[in-house]
Ligand binder design. Structure first.
Ligand code: CUA
Length: 327
Protein backbone atom coordinates (compact mmCIF):
# COMPACT_ATOMS: atom_id res chain seq x y z
CA UNK A 1 0.00 0.00 0.00
CA UNK A 2 2.72 2.43 1.01
CA UNK A 3 4.82 1.32 -1.97
CA UNK A 4 1.81 1.80 -4.23
CA UNK A 5 1.32 5.34 -3.01
CA UNK A 6 5.02 6.07 -3.45
CA UNK A 7 4.92 4.87 -7.06
CA UNK A 8 1.78 6.95 -7.71
CA UNK A 9 3.52 9.98 -6.23
CA UNK A 10 6.52 9.51 -8.51
CA UNK A 11 4.44 9.14 -11.67
CA UNK A 12 4.61 12.83 -12.64
CA UNK A 13 8.39 12.35 -12.97
CA UNK A 14 7.73 10.31 -16.10
CA UNK A 15 6.43 13.47 -17.74
CA UNK A 16 10.03 14.64 -17.79
CA UNK A 17 10.89 11.76 -20.09
CA UNK A 18 9.20 13.70 -22.88
CA UNK A 19 11.58 16.64 -22.51
CA UNK A 20 13.66 16.64 -25.68
CA UNK A 21 17.27 17.70 -25.75
CA UNK A 22 16.81 20.50 -28.24
CA UNK A 23 14.67 22.59 -25.93
CA UNK A 24 15.26 21.59 -22.35
CA UNK A 25 16.00 23.73 -19.33
CA UNK A 26 17.74 20.65 -17.88
CA UNK A 27 20.17 20.42 -20.79
CA UNK A 28 22.07 23.51 -19.73
CA UNK A 29 24.50 25.08 -22.21
CA UNK A 30 25.31 28.25 -20.30
CA UNK A 31 25.82 29.71 -16.84
CA UNK A 32 22.30 30.97 -16.31
CA UNK A 33 20.69 27.69 -17.37
CA UNK A 34 23.14 25.73 -15.18
CA UNK A 35 21.99 27.64 -12.11
CA UNK A 36 18.34 26.99 -12.96
CA UNK A 37 19.04 23.29 -13.61
CA UNK A 38 20.84 22.97 -10.25
CA UNK A 39 18.00 24.67 -8.42
CA UNK A 40 15.55 22.28 -10.09
CA UNK A 41 17.39 19.11 -9.10
CA UNK A 42 18.26 20.19 -5.56
CA UNK A 43 14.70 21.41 -4.95
CA UNK A 44 13.34 18.14 -6.31
CA UNK A 45 15.56 16.09 -3.99
CA UNK A 46 14.63 18.40 -1.09
CA UNK A 47 10.94 17.95 -1.87
CA UNK A 48 11.38 14.16 -1.90
CA UNK A 49 13.13 14.23 1.48
CA UNK A 50 10.34 16.43 2.84
CA UNK A 51 7.72 14.07 1.45
CA UNK A 52 9.35 11.11 3.20
CA UNK A 53 9.74 13.03 6.49
CA UNK A 54 6.16 14.30 6.65
CA UNK A 55 4.61 11.04 5.52
CA UNK A 56 6.90 9.08 7.84
CA UNK A 57 5.76 11.21 10.77
CA UNK A 58 2.13 10.86 9.78
CA UNK A 59 2.43 7.11 9.31
CA UNK A 60 4.14 6.68 12.70
CA UNK A 61 1.41 8.80 14.34
CA UNK A 62 -1.39 6.65 12.96
CA UNK A 63 0.40 3.57 14.32
CA UNK A 64 1.08 5.12 17.75
CA UNK A 65 -2.52 6.14 18.26
CA UNK A 66 -3.60 2.52 18.50
CA UNK A 67 -1.13 1.88 21.35
CA UNK A 68 -1.74 3.12 24.89
CA UNK A 69 1.97 3.89 25.48
CA UNK A 70 2.31 5.96 22.28
CA UNK A 71 0.83 9.26 23.46
CA UNK A 72 4.14 10.63 24.70
CA UNK A 73 5.57 10.59 21.15
CA UNK A 74 2.68 12.35 19.45
CA UNK A 75 3.61 15.91 20.32
CA UNK A 76 7.36 15.70 19.50
CA UNK A 77 6.56 13.92 16.24
CA UNK A 78 3.98 16.51 15.24
CA UNK A 79 6.28 19.40 16.07
CA UNK A 80 9.46 17.79 14.74
CA UNK A 81 8.16 16.14 11.57
CA UNK A 82 5.34 18.57 10.86
CA UNK A 83 6.88 21.96 11.65
CA UNK A 84 10.60 22.01 12.50
CA UNK A 85 12.01 19.70 9.81
CA UNK A 86 9.96 21.16 6.91
CA UNK A 87 10.72 24.74 8.02
CA UNK A 88 14.46 24.14 8.28
CA UNK A 89 14.55 22.34 4.93
CA UNK A 90 12.38 24.87 3.06
CA UNK A 91 14.12 27.93 4.48
CA UNK A 92 17.48 26.34 3.72
CA UNK A 93 16.44 25.66 0.11
CA UNK A 94 15.03 29.16 -0.28
CA UNK A 95 18.19 30.88 0.97
CA UNK A 96 20.40 28.67 -1.18
CA UNK A 97 18.27 29.12 -4.30
CA UNK A 98 18.07 32.92 -3.91
CA UNK A 99 21.82 32.91 -3.56
CA UNK A 100 22.59 31.07 -6.80
CA UNK A 101 19.65 32.43 -8.82
CA UNK A 102 21.20 33.95 -11.95
CA UNK A 103 21.16 37.73 -12.20
CA UNK A 104 19.08 38.24 -15.33
CA UNK A 105 20.14 41.86 -15.46
CA UNK A 106 23.88 41.29 -15.17
CA UNK A 107 25.69 43.65 -17.58
CA UNK A 108 26.85 42.15 -20.88
CA UNK A 109 30.41 41.96 -22.25
CA UNK A 110 29.72 44.32 -25.16
CA UNK A 111 27.39 42.72 -27.69
CA UNK A 112 23.78 43.81 -27.45
CA UNK A 113 20.97 42.07 -29.31
CA UNK A 114 17.62 43.79 -29.68
CA UNK A 115 14.75 41.39 -30.23
CA UNK A 116 11.18 42.43 -31.03
CA UNK A 117 8.35 39.93 -30.78
CA UNK A 118 6.05 40.17 -33.80
CA UNK A 119 2.97 38.10 -34.69
CA UNK A 120 4.47 35.46 -35.04
CA UNK A 121 8.14 35.93 -35.67
CA UNK A 122 11.22 37.63 -34.22
CA UNK A 123 12.87 40.84 -35.43
CA UNK A 124 16.55 40.65 -34.48
CA UNK A 125 19.16 43.44 -34.43
CA UNK A 126 22.79 42.92 -33.43
CA UNK A 127 24.57 45.90 -31.95
CA UNK A 128 28.26 45.07 -31.48
CA UNK A 129 30.04 47.37 -29.03
CA UNK A 130 30.45 50.84 -30.54
CA UNK A 131 28.37 50.05 -33.64
CA UNK A 132 26.49 52.94 -35.22
CA UNK A 133 23.95 50.83 -37.01
CA UNK A 134 22.69 47.35 -36.35
CA UNK A 135 22.99 44.14 -38.32
CA UNK A 136 19.36 43.26 -38.99
CA UNK A 137 18.09 39.72 -39.35
CA UNK A 138 15.15 37.61 -38.20
CA UNK A 139 14.03 34.38 -36.58
CA UNK A 140 17.46 33.17 -35.59
CA UNK A 141 19.80 34.24 -32.82
CA UNK A 142 23.48 33.48 -32.96
CA UNK A 143 25.65 34.07 -29.94
CA UNK A 144 29.35 33.87 -29.14
CA UNK A 145 30.23 31.24 -26.50
CA UNK A 146 32.00 32.38 -23.34
CA UNK A 147 30.57 35.90 -23.37
CA UNK A 148 27.64 37.54 -21.69
CA UNK A 149 25.26 39.04 -24.25
CA UNK A 150 22.63 41.55 -23.30
CA UNK A 151 19.17 41.36 -24.85
CA UNK A 152 16.90 44.38 -25.12
CA UNK A 153 13.38 43.14 -25.69
CA UNK A 154 10.21 44.74 -27.04
CA UNK A 155 7.00 43.67 -28.77
CA UNK A 156 4.70 44.74 -31.59
CA UNK A 157 1.08 44.73 -30.49
CA UNK A 158 0.71 42.00 -27.90
CA UNK A 159 2.83 40.52 -25.15
CA UNK A 160 5.33 37.81 -26.13
CA UNK A 161 7.99 36.10 -24.06
CA UNK A 162 11.59 35.40 -24.99
CA UNK A 163 12.89 32.03 -23.87
CA UNK A 164 15.85 29.81 -24.81
CA UNK A 165 15.50 27.05 -22.18
CA UNK A 166 19.01 25.66 -22.68
CA UNK A 167 20.56 29.08 -22.13
CA UNK A 168 18.55 30.59 -19.32
CA UNK A 169 15.42 32.08 -17.89
CA UNK A 170 12.71 33.74 -19.90
CA UNK A 171 11.66 37.36 -20.07
CA UNK A 172 8.38 38.91 -21.17
CA UNK A 173 8.31 41.35 -24.11
CA UNK A 174 5.83 44.23 -23.99
CA UNK A 175 4.57 46.69 -26.60
CA UNK A 176 5.89 50.17 -25.83
CA UNK A 177 8.24 49.08 -23.08
CA UNK A 178 11.76 47.66 -22.98
CA UNK A 179 12.77 44.71 -20.86
CA UNK A 180 16.25 43.29 -20.53
CA UNK A 181 17.84 39.94 -19.92
CA UNK A 182 21.42 38.78 -20.31
CA UNK A 183 22.69 35.30 -21.10
CA UNK A 184 26.10 33.67 -20.85
CA UNK A 185 26.21 30.65 -23.18
CA UNK A 186 29.20 28.34 -22.84
CA UNK A 187 28.69 25.25 -24.97
CA UNK A 188 28.51 25.77 -28.76
CA UNK A 189 25.54 24.05 -30.35
CA UNK A 190 22.10 24.50 -31.77
CA UNK A 191 19.27 25.11 -29.34
CA UNK A 192 15.64 26.09 -29.66
CA UNK A 193 13.98 29.26 -28.49
CA UNK A 194 10.23 29.55 -28.11
CA UNK A 195 7.71 32.28 -27.40
CA UNK A 196 6.51 31.52 -23.89
CA UNK A 197 3.50 33.81 -23.64
CA UNK A 198 0.25 33.15 -25.48
CA UNK A 199 0.16 35.77 -28.24
CA UNK A 200 -2.56 34.64 -30.60
CA UNK A 201 -3.56 31.80 -32.91
CA UNK A 202 -0.04 30.91 -34.05
CA UNK A 203 1.71 31.34 -30.70
CA UNK A 204 2.86 27.70 -30.78
CA UNK A 205 4.55 28.35 -34.15
CA UNK A 206 6.63 31.23 -32.84
CA UNK A 207 10.03 29.66 -32.30
CA UNK A 208 13.59 30.31 -33.42
CA UNK A 209 16.96 28.63 -33.68
CA UNK A 210 19.52 29.76 -31.11
CA UNK A 211 23.00 28.92 -32.32
CA UNK A 212 25.97 29.27 -29.97
CA UNK A 213 29.29 29.54 -31.82
CA UNK A 214 32.95 29.82 -30.85
CA UNK A 215 33.82 33.51 -30.66
CA UNK A 216 35.94 33.72 -33.84
CA UNK A 217 33.31 31.88 -35.89
CA UNK A 218 30.65 34.21 -34.53
CA UNK A 219 32.66 37.29 -35.50
CA UNK A 220 33.11 35.94 -39.03
CA UNK A 221 29.42 35.11 -39.26
CA UNK A 222 28.35 38.58 -38.08
CA UNK A 223 30.59 40.18 -40.68
CA UNK A 224 28.98 38.10 -43.45
CA UNK A 225 25.51 38.76 -42.03
CA UNK A 226 26.15 42.52 -42.22
CA UNK A 227 26.79 42.29 -45.97
CA UNK A 228 24.29 42.73 -48.78
CA UNK A 229 22.42 39.87 -50.40
CA UNK A 230 24.20 37.98 -53.16
CA UNK A 231 22.82 38.45 -56.66
CA UNK A 232 21.02 35.40 -58.09
CA UNK A 233 23.09 33.34 -60.54
CA UNK A 234 20.92 30.60 -61.98
CA UNK A 235 18.21 31.37 -64.54
CA UNK A 236 15.67 29.93 -62.10
CA UNK A 237 16.74 32.23 -59.28
CA UNK A 238 16.76 35.25 -61.62
CA UNK A 239 13.20 34.49 -62.66
CA UNK A 240 12.42 34.09 -58.96
CA UNK A 241 13.80 37.53 -58.21
CA UNK A 242 11.72 39.09 -61.00
CA UNK A 243 8.68 37.40 -59.54
CA UNK A 244 9.60 38.59 -56.05
CA UNK A 245 9.54 42.10 -57.53
CA UNK A 246 6.34 41.81 -59.53
CA UNK A 247 4.44 40.17 -56.68
CA UNK A 248 5.37 43.11 -54.47
CA UNK A 249 7.19 41.03 -51.81
CA UNK A 250 9.54 43.97 -51.21
CA UNK A 251 6.69 46.00 -49.73
CA UNK A 252 6.92 43.83 -46.60
CA UNK A 253 10.38 42.25 -46.76
CA UNK A 254 13.83 43.76 -47.00
CA UNK A 255 16.61 42.18 -49.06
CA UNK A 256 19.60 44.46 -48.50
CA UNK A 257 21.36 45.51 -51.68
CA UNK A 258 18.10 45.38 -53.68
CA UNK A 259 15.11 47.71 -53.91
CA UNK A 260 13.20 45.53 -51.43
CA UNK A 261 13.15 47.57 -48.24
CA UNK A 262 9.88 46.56 -46.53
CA UNK A 263 9.84 46.52 -42.75
CA UNK A 264 6.54 44.73 -42.07
CA UNK A 265 7.87 41.18 -42.31
CA UNK A 266 11.16 39.43 -41.59
CA UNK A 267 14.36 40.64 -43.25
CA UNK A 268 15.24 38.09 -45.95
CA UNK A 269 18.76 39.26 -46.86
CA UNK A 270 20.36 35.95 -45.85
CA UNK A 271 17.27 33.79 -45.39
CA UNK A 272 18.86 30.92 -47.33
CA UNK A 273 21.55 30.49 -44.69
CA UNK A 274 19.15 30.25 -41.76
CA UNK A 275 18.23 27.05 -40.01
CA UNK A 276 14.47 27.55 -40.09
CA UNK A 277 11.71 29.17 -42.10
CA UNK A 278 8.62 30.87 -40.73
CA UNK A 279 10.12 31.27 -37.23
CA UNK A 280 10.93 27.63 -36.54
CA UNK A 281 8.00 26.31 -38.58
CA UNK A 282 10.01 24.52 -41.30
CA UNK A 283 13.60 23.76 -42.24
CA UNK A 284 15.26 25.51 -45.18
CA UNK A 285 15.45 22.92 -47.92
CA UNK A 286 14.25 23.97 -51.36
CA UNK A 287 11.09 21.86 -50.90
CA UNK A 288 10.36 23.62 -47.62
CA UNK A 289 10.73 27.05 -49.23
CA UNK A 290 8.18 25.95 -51.85
CA UNK A 291 5.84 24.62 -49.20
CA UNK A 292 6.08 27.82 -47.20
CA UNK A 293 5.27 30.06 -50.17
CA UNK A 294 2.33 27.93 -51.32
CA UNK A 295 0.81 27.05 -47.92
CA UNK A 296 1.68 29.93 -45.60
CA UNK A 297 -1.81 30.27 -44.15
CA UNK A 298 -2.10 26.57 -43.35
CA UNK A 299 1.34 26.38 -41.84
CA UNK A 300 0.86 29.48 -39.72
CA UNK A 301 -2.83 30.37 -39.30
CA UNK A 302 -3.70 34.08 -39.38
CA UNK A 303 -0.17 35.19 -40.24
CA UNK A 304 -0.04 38.47 -42.18
CA UNK A 305 2.00 36.95 -44.99
CA UNK A 306 -0.43 36.04 -47.80
CA UNK A 307 -0.45 32.56 -49.29
CA UNK A 308 0.88 32.68 -52.85
CA UNK A 309 -1.18 29.79 -54.14
CA UNK A 310 -2.13 31.65 -57.33
CA UNK A 311 1.42 31.03 -58.60
CA UNK A 312 1.97 27.88 -60.61
CA UNK A 313 4.43 25.19 -59.54
CA UNK A 314 7.16 26.48 -61.84
CA UNK A 315 6.85 30.01 -60.45
CA UNK A 316 6.92 28.73 -56.87
CA UNK A 317 10.05 26.72 -57.68
CA UNK A 318 11.68 29.85 -59.14
CA UNK A 319 10.80 31.94 -56.10
CA UNK A 320 12.12 29.18 -53.80
CA UNK A 321 15.37 29.03 -55.78
CA UNK A 322 15.83 32.80 -55.41
CA UNK A 323 15.17 32.78 -51.65
CA UNK A 324 17.22 29.65 -50.99
CA UNK A 325 20.12 31.36 -52.80
CA UNK A 326 20.04 34.36 -50.44
CA UNK A 327 22.95 33.28 -48.26
CU1 CUA B 1 4.63 35.30 -29.31
CU2 CUA B 1 3.51 33.63 -28.08
Amino acid sequence: DLVGRGVAGALPLFLLVSCGKEQSALDAAGRDAEAIRNIFWVTLVGACILWVLVNGAFYTLTRLRTRPMGDGFVRPLLIGGGIVAPSVLLIGLLVWALNILPDQRAPGDGLQVRVTGEQWWWRVEYWPEGAEEPVVTANEIRLPAGQRTEFVLAADRVIHSFWIPSLGGKMDMFPGRETRVSLHPERPGRYRGQCAEFCGVSHAWMAFAAVVMPEDEFDAWLEREAGDAVAPESAEAMRGQALFRSEGCGACHAVRGTEAVGQVGPDLTHVGSRETLGAGRLGTTLAEFERWIAHTGELKPEVRMPTYDHLDDGQIADMAAYLKGLK
